[in-house]
Design a protein around this ligand. Structure first.
Ligand code: SF4
Length: 195
């Protein structure tokens, strides 16, 4: 499977081949440049966006899409939700009746389901590396949907490969040039890229 196949939410983009492990490429994350769950989500939609975020070139925080996303994260399921931190990522943790920990990502719609799945897998991987087994869920309150995400051995390989691919991209000196995709209309960087 080619690396970008892990991100089928952006079929318009060309595939990116990371260098072989034996090359002089540094896969290590640094304090400044590292992969987070949010970056996984954005990378699967637009690698340029992930690069900009990784380099602290921040989007318009007042963008209505960002504000609504924040609102959903904050107020959906607030009774059962606990916030946690794993690595550099903030996660939302739920304890259902079964008692097993659930890490849930709340999204506005199911439009970028593959991106949301990879983001959730990233959190599950980070927890597993710290000895915590958890289940994943994508919750879409506006569509009344809950989609289960499981860190199988195959999914673990996919997210590990994707993490390396993201590191290759964000460690570049420059971002990819902007490419028009459907998401640009909603993207908080649209003025930065296209004006
Ligand atoms: S406006 Fe388009 S090209 Fe620019 S970062 Fe957003 S999605 Fe990517």
């Amino acid at each position: 499977m080619s690396p970008s196949a892990y991100c089928s939410d952006r079929p318009e983009l060309p595939q990116i081949e990371p260098p072989e492990e034996s090359d002089d490429f540094v896969y290590e994350q640094t304090e400044d440049i590292h992969v987070t769950g949010t970056l996984v989500w954005y990378y699967c939609i637009c690698p340029r966006q992930a690069w900009l975020m990784a380099h602290q070139i921040n989007p318009d925080e007042d963008d209505p899409n960002i504000e609504y996303g924040r609102f959903l994260q904050r107020f959906s399921y607030s009774r059962e939700r606990k916030e946690g931190t794993v690595g550099s990522s903030k996660i939302d943790i739920y304890k259902p009746a079964s008692g097993r920990m659930v890490v849930a990502e709340v999204k506005k719609s199911s439009r970028f389901l593959k991106s949301a799945t990879m983001q959730t897998l990233f959190y599950l991987k980070q927890l597993k590396e710290r000895g915590v087994e958890a289940d994943g869920e994508i919750r879409i309150p506006d569509e009344k949907k809950r989609i289960s995400v499981v860190l199988t051995d195959e999914a673990l390989q996919e997210i590990q490969q994707l993490e390396r691919e993201i590191l290759v991209t964000i460690q570049k000196d420059m971002p990819d040039p902007p490419r028009k995709i459907g998401w640009c209309r909603n993207c908080a960087y649209r003025e930065f890229c296209w004006s």
